[in-house]
Design a protein around this ligand. Structure first.
Ligand SMILES: Cc1cc2nc3c(=O)[nH]c(=O)nc-3n(C[C@H](O)[C@H](O)[C@H](O)COP(=O)(O)OP(=O)(O)OC[C@H]3O[C@@H](n4cnc5c(N)ncnc54)[C@H](O)[C@@H]3O)c2cc1C
Length: 433
Protein backbone atom coordinates (compact mmCIF):
# COMPACT_ATOMS: atom_id res chain seq x y z
CA UNK A 1 0.00 0.00 0.00
CA UNK A 2 1.32 3.48 -0.85
CA UNK A 3 2.28 5.81 1.97
CA UNK A 4 0.95 9.38 2.05
CA UNK A 5 2.13 11.94 4.57
CA UNK A 6 1.16 15.53 5.32
CA UNK A 7 3.46 18.39 6.25
CA UNK A 8 2.10 21.07 8.58
CA UNK A 9 -0.52 20.81 11.33
CA UNK A 10 -2.33 24.09 10.68
CA UNK A 11 -6.01 24.13 9.70
CA UNK A 12 -5.34 22.69 6.21
CA UNK A 13 -3.09 19.88 7.42
CA UNK A 14 -5.44 18.98 10.30
CA UNK A 15 -8.47 18.85 7.96
CA UNK A 16 -6.56 16.67 5.48
CA UNK A 17 -5.19 14.47 8.28
CA UNK A 18 -8.64 13.94 9.80
CA UNK A 19 -10.46 13.21 6.56
CA UNK A 20 -7.67 11.18 4.96
CA UNK A 21 -6.31 9.41 8.03
CA UNK A 22 -2.74 10.19 6.91
CA UNK A 23 0.02 11.07 9.40
CA UNK A 24 0.73 14.77 9.84
CA UNK A 25 4.17 16.20 10.74
CA UNK A 26 4.18 19.57 12.48
CA UNK A 27 7.23 21.65 13.43
CA UNK A 28 5.71 23.24 16.54
CA UNK A 29 4.65 21.60 19.81
CA UNK A 30 1.07 22.79 19.16
CA UNK A 31 -1.47 22.27 16.37
CA UNK A 32 -3.28 25.10 14.58
CA UNK A 33 -0.52 26.92 12.67
CA UNK A 34 -0.83 30.67 12.49
CA UNK A 35 -4.33 30.52 14.01
CA UNK A 36 -2.96 29.06 17.25
CA UNK A 37 -4.29 30.71 20.39
CA UNK A 38 -2.20 31.32 23.46
CA UNK A 39 -2.65 33.05 26.82
CA UNK A 40 -0.66 35.57 28.87
CA UNK A 41 -1.53 36.61 32.41
CA UNK A 42 -1.58 40.39 33.14
CA UNK A 43 1.84 41.88 33.96
CA UNK A 44 3.66 38.71 32.84
CA UNK A 45 5.42 37.72 29.62
CA UNK A 46 5.19 33.93 29.57
CA UNK A 47 3.01 32.42 26.83
CA UNK A 48 0.70 29.68 28.08
CA UNK A 49 -0.71 27.27 25.51
CA UNK A 50 -3.90 26.70 27.52
CA UNK A 51 -6.13 29.04 29.46
CA UNK A 52 -5.12 28.81 33.16
CA UNK A 53 -7.72 27.25 35.45
CA UNK A 54 -8.48 30.57 37.15
CA UNK A 55 -9.03 32.14 33.66
CA UNK A 56 -6.83 35.10 34.65
CA UNK A 57 -5.10 35.60 31.30
CA UNK A 58 -5.50 37.49 28.03
CA UNK A 59 -6.38 35.22 25.10
CA UNK A 60 -4.42 36.01 21.89
CA UNK A 61 -3.69 34.37 18.56
CA UNK A 62 -0.29 34.12 16.85
CA UNK A 63 -1.49 35.76 13.63
CA UNK A 64 -3.94 38.13 15.36
CA UNK A 65 -7.70 37.53 15.78
CA UNK A 66 -8.79 34.70 13.47
CA UNK A 67 -12.50 34.92 12.78
CA UNK A 68 -14.08 32.23 10.60
CA UNK A 69 -15.77 33.72 7.52
CA UNK A 70 -17.65 32.00 4.74
CA UNK A 71 -18.36 28.76 6.58
CA UNK A 72 -21.67 27.33 5.32
CA UNK A 73 -24.00 25.19 7.44
CA UNK A 74 -22.23 21.93 6.57
CA UNK A 75 -18.78 23.28 7.40
CA UNK A 76 -20.07 24.78 10.67
CA UNK A 77 -21.53 21.39 11.57
CA UNK A 78 -18.17 19.75 10.86
CA UNK A 79 -16.35 22.32 13.00
CA UNK A 80 -18.87 21.82 15.81
CA UNK A 81 -17.64 18.25 16.17
CA UNK A 82 -14.60 19.91 17.74
CA UNK A 83 -16.02 23.02 19.37
CA UNK A 84 -19.36 24.80 19.62
CA UNK A 85 -19.41 27.98 17.55
CA UNK A 86 -20.60 31.47 18.42
CA UNK A 87 -21.96 33.79 15.73
CA UNK A 88 -21.06 37.46 15.29
CA UNK A 89 -21.98 40.34 13.01
CA UNK A 90 -19.04 42.35 11.80
CA UNK A 91 -18.38 45.85 13.13
CA UNK A 92 -15.49 47.40 11.25
CA UNK A 93 -14.49 50.81 9.97
CA UNK A 94 -11.80 52.86 8.31
CA UNK A 95 -10.16 55.18 10.84
CA UNK A 96 -8.56 58.50 9.88
CA UNK A 97 -6.61 59.37 13.04
CA UNK A 98 -5.73 62.92 12.02
CA UNK A 99 -9.39 63.82 11.61
CA UNK A 100 -10.50 61.42 14.38
CA UNK A 101 -13.06 60.16 11.88
CA UNK A 102 -14.53 56.65 11.51
CA UNK A 103 -16.18 55.61 8.25
CA UNK A 104 -17.93 52.23 8.32
CA UNK A 105 -16.37 49.49 6.17
CA UNK A 106 -16.49 49.27 3.17
CA UNK A 107 -15.75 52.97 2.76
CA UNK A 108 -17.12 53.08 -0.82
CA UNK A 109 -20.60 52.23 0.52
CA UNK A 110 -20.47 54.95 3.18
CA UNK A 111 -19.43 58.07 1.29
CA UNK A 112 -22.03 60.09 3.20
CA UNK A 113 -19.65 60.00 6.20
CA UNK A 114 -17.08 62.07 4.27
CA UNK A 115 -17.31 65.79 3.64
CA UNK A 116 -19.72 66.71 0.86
CA UNK A 117 -17.11 67.81 -1.67
CA UNK A 118 -15.01 64.64 -1.27
CA UNK A 119 -18.01 62.36 -1.27
CA UNK A 120 -19.53 64.02 -4.38
CA UNK A 121 -16.25 63.74 -6.29
CA UNK A 122 -15.69 60.13 -5.22
CA UNK A 123 -19.23 59.18 -6.23
CA UNK A 124 -18.84 60.79 -9.64
CA UNK A 125 -15.50 59.03 -10.27
CA UNK A 126 -16.79 55.62 -9.17
CA UNK A 127 -19.89 55.91 -11.34
CA UNK A 128 -17.99 57.03 -14.43
CA UNK A 129 -15.16 54.44 -14.31
CA UNK A 130 -14.22 53.16 -17.78
CA UNK A 131 -14.14 49.39 -18.36
CA UNK A 132 -10.42 48.72 -18.75
CA UNK A 133 -8.33 45.82 -17.53
CA UNK A 134 -5.49 47.25 -15.44
CA UNK A 135 -2.25 45.32 -15.07
CA UNK A 136 -1.44 46.15 -11.45
CA UNK A 137 -3.39 46.20 -8.22
CA UNK A 138 -2.82 49.97 -7.98
CA UNK A 139 -4.25 50.48 -11.49
CA UNK A 140 -7.20 48.24 -10.68
CA UNK A 141 -7.99 50.13 -7.47
CA UNK A 142 -7.71 53.55 -9.07
CA UNK A 143 -9.79 52.45 -12.04
CA UNK A 144 -12.50 51.02 -9.80
CA UNK A 145 -12.65 53.63 -7.05
CA UNK A 146 -11.27 56.76 -8.73
CA UNK A 147 -8.41 58.98 -7.65
CA UNK A 148 -10.26 60.77 -4.81
CA UNK A 149 -10.95 57.63 -2.77
CA UNK A 150 -7.61 56.11 -3.80
CA UNK A 151 -5.70 59.16 -2.54
CA UNK A 152 -7.78 59.34 0.61
CA UNK A 153 -7.83 55.67 1.67
CA UNK A 154 -7.08 52.83 -0.76
CA UNK A 155 -3.66 54.15 -1.78
CA UNK A 156 -2.11 54.85 1.62
CA UNK A 157 -3.75 51.75 3.12
CA UNK A 158 -2.48 49.42 0.37
CA UNK A 159 0.95 51.04 0.53
CA UNK A 160 1.17 49.87 4.15
CA UNK A 161 -0.71 46.58 3.78
CA UNK A 162 1.28 45.34 0.75
CA UNK A 163 4.48 47.12 1.83
CA UNK A 164 4.50 49.02 -1.46
CA UNK A 165 3.87 45.97 -3.67
CA UNK A 166 0.41 47.14 -4.80
CA UNK A 167 2.10 49.19 -7.53
CA UNK A 168 3.74 46.12 -9.08
CA UNK A 169 1.61 43.05 -8.29
CA UNK A 170 -1.38 41.87 -10.33
CA UNK A 171 -4.90 42.69 -9.13
CA UNK A 172 -6.27 40.00 -6.80
CA UNK A 173 -8.92 39.32 -4.15
CA UNK A 174 -11.53 41.57 -5.80
CA UNK A 175 -14.12 40.34 -3.31
CA UNK A 176 -12.27 42.17 -0.51
CA UNK A 177 -13.17 45.51 -2.12
CA UNK A 178 -16.74 44.99 -3.36
CA UNK A 179 -18.26 47.46 -5.78
CA UNK A 180 -22.03 47.66 -6.12
CA UNK A 181 -23.05 50.97 -7.66
CA UNK A 182 -26.49 50.85 -6.11
CA UNK A 183 -24.99 50.45 -2.63
CA UNK A 184 -22.44 53.21 -3.33
CA UNK A 185 -25.24 55.62 -4.31
CA UNK A 186 -27.34 54.58 -1.33
CA UNK A 187 -24.42 55.12 1.07
CA UNK A 188 -23.63 58.55 -0.38
CA UNK A 189 -27.01 59.92 0.69
CA UNK A 190 -28.17 57.53 3.40
CA UNK A 191 -27.44 54.06 4.75
CA UNK A 192 -26.25 51.17 2.61
CA UNK A 193 -26.74 47.54 3.65
CA UNK A 194 -23.74 45.68 5.13
CA UNK A 195 -21.50 44.30 2.40
CA UNK A 196 -18.38 42.21 1.88
CA UNK A 197 -17.19 38.66 2.46
CA UNK A 198 -17.00 38.98 6.24
CA UNK A 199 -20.37 40.51 7.24
CA UNK A 200 -21.00 37.51 9.50
CA UNK A 201 -18.47 35.27 11.13
CA UNK A 202 -18.20 32.50 13.68
CA UNK A 203 -15.61 31.72 16.32
CA UNK A 204 -15.19 28.61 18.53
CA UNK A 205 -16.83 29.25 21.87
CA UNK A 206 -13.80 28.05 23.85
CA UNK A 207 -11.17 29.40 21.46
CA UNK A 208 -9.35 28.22 18.34
CA UNK A 209 -6.85 26.45 20.59
CA UNK A 210 -9.53 24.12 21.93
CA UNK A 211 -10.85 23.51 18.40
CA UNK A 212 -7.33 22.77 17.07
CA UNK A 213 -6.47 20.57 20.04
CA UNK A 214 -9.67 18.55 19.61
CA UNK A 215 -9.00 18.20 15.89
CA UNK A 216 -5.46 17.05 16.68
CA UNK A 217 -6.83 14.34 19.01
CA UNK A 218 -8.46 12.53 16.08
CA UNK A 219 -5.49 13.06 13.80
CA UNK A 220 -2.27 11.07 13.63
CA UNK A 221 -0.23 14.17 14.45
CA UNK A 222 3.52 14.13 15.14
CA UNK A 223 4.66 17.26 16.98
CA UNK A 224 8.05 18.97 16.89
CA UNK A 225 8.92 17.43 13.54
CA UNK A 226 10.44 20.29 11.59
CA UNK A 227 11.19 19.27 8.00
CA UNK A 228 14.71 20.19 6.93
CA UNK A 229 14.80 18.47 3.55
CA UNK A 230 12.57 16.71 1.06
CA UNK A 231 14.60 14.27 -1.03
CA UNK A 232 12.25 14.16 -4.00
CA UNK A 233 14.27 11.41 -5.77
CA UNK A 234 14.51 9.00 -2.81
CA UNK A 235 11.06 10.13 -1.56
CA UNK A 236 12.42 10.71 1.91
CA UNK A 237 11.67 13.50 4.41
CA UNK A 238 14.43 14.53 6.82
CA UNK A 239 13.58 16.31 10.05
CA UNK A 240 15.74 18.67 12.07
CA UNK A 241 15.84 16.10 14.91
CA UNK A 242 17.82 13.76 12.62
CA UNK A 243 14.99 11.32 11.86
CA UNK A 244 13.64 10.43 8.39
CA UNK A 245 10.32 9.27 6.99
CA UNK A 246 9.80 7.71 3.56
CA UNK A 247 6.71 8.54 1.49
CA UNK A 248 5.08 7.74 -1.82
CA UNK A 249 2.83 10.80 -1.89
CA UNK A 250 3.37 14.01 0.01
CA UNK A 251 0.92 16.80 0.80
CA UNK A 252 2.66 20.01 1.85
CA UNK A 253 0.73 22.83 3.51
CA UNK A 254 3.94 24.83 4.02
CA UNK A 255 4.33 28.01 1.98
CA UNK A 256 4.94 27.10 -1.66
CA UNK A 257 8.32 28.86 -1.79
CA UNK A 258 9.50 26.84 1.23
CA UNK A 259 8.31 23.52 -0.21
CA UNK A 260 10.12 24.31 -3.46
CA UNK A 261 13.33 25.06 -1.56
CA UNK A 262 13.05 22.03 0.76
CA UNK A 263 12.59 19.81 -2.32
CA UNK A 264 15.75 21.31 -3.86
CA UNK A 265 13.96 22.68 -6.92
CA UNK A 266 15.09 25.86 -8.55
CA UNK A 267 12.19 27.72 -10.11
CA UNK A 268 13.02 31.21 -11.21
CA UNK A 269 11.04 34.42 -10.89
CA UNK A 270 9.42 33.61 -7.55
CA UNK A 271 6.31 35.65 -6.80
CA UNK A 272 6.64 38.08 -3.87
CA UNK A 273 5.14 37.90 -0.39
CA UNK A 274 4.87 40.19 2.60
CA UNK A 275 5.65 39.28 6.18
CA UNK A 276 3.64 40.67 9.08
CA UNK A 277 4.57 41.59 12.61
CA UNK A 278 1.54 41.01 14.83
CA UNK A 279 1.62 42.83 18.14
CA UNK A 280 -0.81 41.52 20.75
CA UNK A 281 -1.63 43.98 23.52
CA UNK A 282 -3.75 43.86 26.65
CA UNK A 283 -4.40 46.51 29.27
CA UNK A 284 -6.57 49.28 30.62
CA UNK A 285 -8.84 50.63 27.92
CA UNK A 286 -8.52 54.25 26.83
CA UNK A 287 -11.48 56.63 26.77
CA UNK A 288 -11.73 56.62 22.98
CA UNK A 289 -11.30 52.93 22.34
CA UNK A 290 -13.85 52.16 19.60
CA UNK A 291 -16.43 49.43 19.78
CA UNK A 292 -15.30 48.10 16.38
CA UNK A 293 -14.07 44.53 15.89
CA UNK A 294 -11.26 45.92 13.76
CA UNK A 295 -10.29 49.17 12.03
CA UNK A 296 -8.34 49.77 8.82
CA UNK A 297 -5.79 52.53 9.22
CA UNK A 298 -4.43 54.41 6.18
CA UNK A 299 -2.04 56.58 8.23
CA UNK A 300 -0.15 55.67 11.37
CA UNK A 301 3.13 56.97 12.71
CA UNK A 302 4.30 53.47 13.59
CA UNK A 303 3.40 52.07 10.15
CA UNK A 304 0.66 49.57 11.11
CA UNK A 305 -2.37 49.22 8.86
CA UNK A 306 -4.95 47.35 10.93
CA UNK A 307 -5.94 47.08 14.56
CA UNK A 308 -8.29 44.42 15.80
CA UNK A 309 -9.94 44.49 19.19
CA UNK A 310 -10.37 40.92 20.44
CA UNK A 311 -12.35 42.07 23.46
CA UNK A 312 -14.84 43.99 21.27
CA UNK A 313 -15.65 40.71 19.53
CA UNK A 314 -16.02 38.83 22.80
CA UNK A 315 -15.17 39.70 26.39
CA UNK A 316 -13.97 36.12 26.88
CA UNK A 317 -10.62 37.25 25.39
CA UNK A 318 -10.04 39.19 28.63
CA UNK A 319 -8.87 37.73 31.95
CA UNK A 320 -11.89 36.37 33.87
CA UNK A 321 -12.04 39.10 36.51
CA UNK A 322 -11.94 41.87 33.83
CA UNK A 323 -14.86 40.61 31.75
CA UNK A 324 -17.79 42.45 33.30
CA UNK A 325 -16.45 45.89 34.23
CA UNK A 326 -15.51 46.86 30.65
CA UNK A 327 -12.37 48.73 31.78
CA UNK A 328 -9.89 46.59 29.85
CA UNK A 329 -9.31 45.72 26.22
CA UNK A 330 -7.01 43.51 24.17
CA UNK A 331 -5.79 44.25 20.67
CA UNK A 332 -3.86 42.86 17.71
CA UNK A 333 -1.93 45.35 15.62
CA UNK A 334 -0.60 44.38 12.19
CA UNK A 335 2.34 45.89 10.32
CA UNK A 336 3.60 44.55 6.98
CA UNK A 337 7.23 44.14 5.94
CA UNK A 338 8.90 43.19 2.68
CA UNK A 339 8.92 39.37 2.56
CA UNK A 340 11.58 38.02 4.91
CA UNK A 341 12.86 41.43 6.04
CA UNK A 342 12.65 40.47 9.70
CA UNK A 343 13.64 43.36 11.98
CA UNK A 344 16.22 42.82 14.72
CA UNK A 345 15.00 42.38 18.30
CA UNK A 346 15.91 45.98 19.22
CA UNK A 347 13.87 47.31 16.28
CA UNK A 348 10.88 45.17 17.28
CA UNK A 349 11.08 46.52 20.82
CA UNK A 350 11.31 50.11 19.58
CA UNK A 351 8.33 49.49 17.27
CA UNK A 352 6.23 48.01 20.11
CA UNK A 353 6.99 51.04 22.30
CA UNK A 354 6.01 53.37 19.43
CA UNK A 355 2.70 51.53 18.82
CA UNK A 356 1.82 51.71 22.51
CA UNK A 357 2.59 55.44 22.54
CA UNK A 358 0.46 56.00 19.46
CA UNK A 359 -2.50 53.97 20.79
CA UNK A 360 -2.33 55.92 24.04
CA UNK A 361 -2.43 59.17 22.07
CA UNK A 362 -5.44 57.90 20.14
CA UNK A 363 -7.14 57.10 23.45
CA UNK A 364 -7.41 53.36 22.66
CA UNK A 365 -5.20 52.26 25.53
CA UNK A 366 -4.49 53.77 28.94
CA UNK A 367 -2.05 51.34 30.49
CA UNK A 368 -0.36 48.26 29.05
CA UNK A 369 -0.30 44.99 30.96
CA UNK A 370 0.87 42.68 28.18
CA UNK A 371 2.71 43.39 24.91
CA UNK A 372 3.68 40.36 22.84
CA UNK A 373 4.86 40.43 19.20
CA UNK A 374 4.93 37.53 16.68
CA UNK A 375 6.69 37.47 13.31
CA UNK A 376 4.68 35.80 10.53
CA UNK A 377 7.21 35.09 7.80
CA UNK A 378 4.81 34.39 4.91
CA UNK A 379 1.60 36.29 5.65
CA UNK A 380 0.29 37.72 2.37
CA UNK A 381 1.16 36.20 -1.01
CA UNK A 382 1.12 38.09 -4.30
CA UNK A 383 1.45 37.39 -8.04
CA UNK A 384 3.38 39.50 -10.51
CA UNK A 385 1.40 40.38 -13.65
CA UNK A 386 1.51 37.41 -16.05
CA UNK A 387 3.59 35.31 -13.65
CA UNK A 388 3.44 31.52 -14.08
CA UNK A 389 5.64 30.80 -11.05
CA UNK A 390 2.83 29.23 -8.96
CA UNK A 391 1.67 27.00 -11.84
CA UNK A 392 5.23 25.96 -12.73
CA UNK A 393 6.18 25.25 -9.12
CA UNK A 394 2.97 23.28 -8.51
CA UNK A 395 3.48 21.25 -11.68
CA UNK A 396 7.16 20.53 -11.00
CA UNK A 397 6.32 19.38 -7.46
CA UNK A 398 3.45 17.20 -8.70
CA UNK A 399 5.85 15.45 -11.07
CA UNK A 400 7.64 14.32 -7.90
CA UNK A 401 4.39 13.25 -6.14
CA UNK A 402 4.43 16.37 -3.96
CA UNK A 403 1.05 18.11 -3.73
CA UNK A 404 0.29 21.44 -2.12
CA UNK A 405 -2.78 22.75 -0.31
CA UNK A 406 -3.95 25.62 1.87
CA UNK A 407 -3.53 29.37 1.78
CA UNK A 408 0.25 29.25 1.68
CA UNK A 409 0.65 25.99 -0.20
CA UNK A 410 -1.49 27.38 -3.00
CA UNK A 411 -0.11 30.90 -2.63
CA UNK A 412 -3.50 32.60 -2.58
CA UNK A 413 -5.54 34.70 -0.19
CA UNK A 414 -8.05 32.62 1.74
CA UNK A 415 -9.35 32.18 5.25
CA UNK A 416 -9.76 29.24 7.61
CA UNK A 417 -12.99 28.00 6.00
CA UNK A 418 -11.37 27.70 2.57
CA UNK A 419 -8.24 26.21 4.09
CA UNK A 420 -10.31 23.48 5.78
CA UNK A 421 -12.10 22.78 2.49
CA UNK A 422 -8.72 22.61 0.75
CA UNK A 423 -7.61 20.00 3.28
CA UNK A 424 -10.72 17.86 2.64
CA UNK A 425 -10.29 18.04 -1.15
CA UNK A 426 -6.58 17.23 -1.00
CA UNK A 427 -7.23 14.20 1.23
CA UNK A 428 -9.95 12.97 -1.14
CA UNK A 429 -7.62 13.38 -4.12
CA UNK A 430 -4.79 11.53 -2.36
CA UNK A 431 -7.14 8.65 -1.50
CA UNK A 432 -7.71 8.12 -5.20
CA UNK A 433 -4.04 7.16 -5.77
C1 LIG B 1 -2.42 38.52 9.59
C2 LIG B 1 -3.40 37.44 9.17
C3 LIG B 1 -4.70 37.49 9.62
C4 LIG B 1 -5.62 36.51 9.23
N1 LIG B 1 -6.89 36.58 9.70
C5 LIG B 1 -7.78 35.63 9.36
C6 LIG B 1 -9.10 35.65 9.86
O1 LIG B 1 -9.49 36.54 10.63
N2 LIG B 1 -9.95 34.67 9.47
C7 LIG B 1 -9.57 33.65 8.63
O2 LIG B 1 -10.39 32.78 8.32
N3 LIG B 1 -8.32 33.59 8.16
C8 LIG B 1 -7.42 34.55 8.49
N4 LIG B 1 -6.14 34.48 8.01
C9 LIG B 1 -5.80 33.35 7.14
C10 LIG B 1 -5.56 32.05 7.89
O3 LIG B 1 -4.49 32.26 8.79
C11 LIG B 1 -5.19 30.93 6.93
O4 LIG B 1 -6.17 30.75 5.94
C12 LIG B 1 -5.01 29.60 7.62
O5 LIG B 1 -4.41 29.75 8.87
C13 LIG B 1 -4.13 28.73 6.77
O6 LIG B 1 -3.88 27.52 7.44
P1 LIG B 1 -2.77 26.54 6.89
O7 LIG B 1 -2.87 25.30 7.66
O8 LIG B 1 -2.90 26.41 5.42
O9 LIG B 1 -1.38 27.30 7.13
P2 LIG B 1 -0.57 27.51 8.49
O10 LIG B 1 -1.44 27.89 9.60
O11 LIG B 1 0.56 28.40 8.14
O12 LIG B 1 -0.03 26.04 8.80
C14 LIG B 1 1.17 25.52 8.29
C15 LIG B 1 1.81 24.68 9.36
O13 LIG B 1 3.05 24.19 8.86
C16 LIG B 1 3.98 24.19 9.93
N5 LIG B 1 5.33 24.23 9.37
C17 LIG B 1 5.98 25.28 8.80
N6 LIG B 1 7.22 24.91 8.41
C18 LIG B 1 7.35 23.62 8.75
C19 LIG B 1 8.40 22.67 8.60
N7 LIG B 1 9.58 23.00 8.02
N8 LIG B 1 8.20 21.39 9.05
C20 LIG B 1 7.01 21.04 9.61
N9 LIG B 1 5.98 21.90 9.78
C21 LIG B 1 6.16 23.16 9.35
C22 LIG B 1 3.65 25.46 10.71
O14 LIG B 1 4.14 25.40 12.02
C23 LIG B 1 2.13 25.45 10.63
O15 LIG B 1 1.55 24.79 11.74
C24 LIG B 1 -5.21 35.46 8.37
C25 LIG B 1 -3.89 35.42 7.93
C26 LIG B 1 -3.00 36.39 8.32
C27 LIG B 1 -1.58 36.33 7.81
Amino acid sequence: MSKTIILGGGMTGLAAGISGGFPVYEARPEAGGICSSYYIAPHTTQRLNQCPEDQEAYHFELGGGHWIFGADTELCQWIERFSPLKKYQRRSAVFFPQQNCYVPFPIQNHLGHLNQEVSGKALEEICSAAAVEPVTMAGWIENRFGSTLTNLFFGPFHELYTHGLWKMVAPQDAYKSPLDLQAVRQGASGKAPAAGYNVNFVYPEYGLDVMARNMAKVCNLHYEKCVSQIDAEKKLISFKDGTNVPYDFLLSTLPLNQTVRLAGLNIEKEDPYTSVLVLNLGGLKGEHCPDQHWVYVPQSRSGFHRIGIYSAVDSSFLPGSYRHAGNHACFYVEKSFAGGARPAQAEVEAYCAEVIKELKQWGYLKEVEVADPTWIEVAYTWRLPGSQWVETATERLREKNIFTAGRYGKWKFQGIAESLRDGFCAAEMLHSF
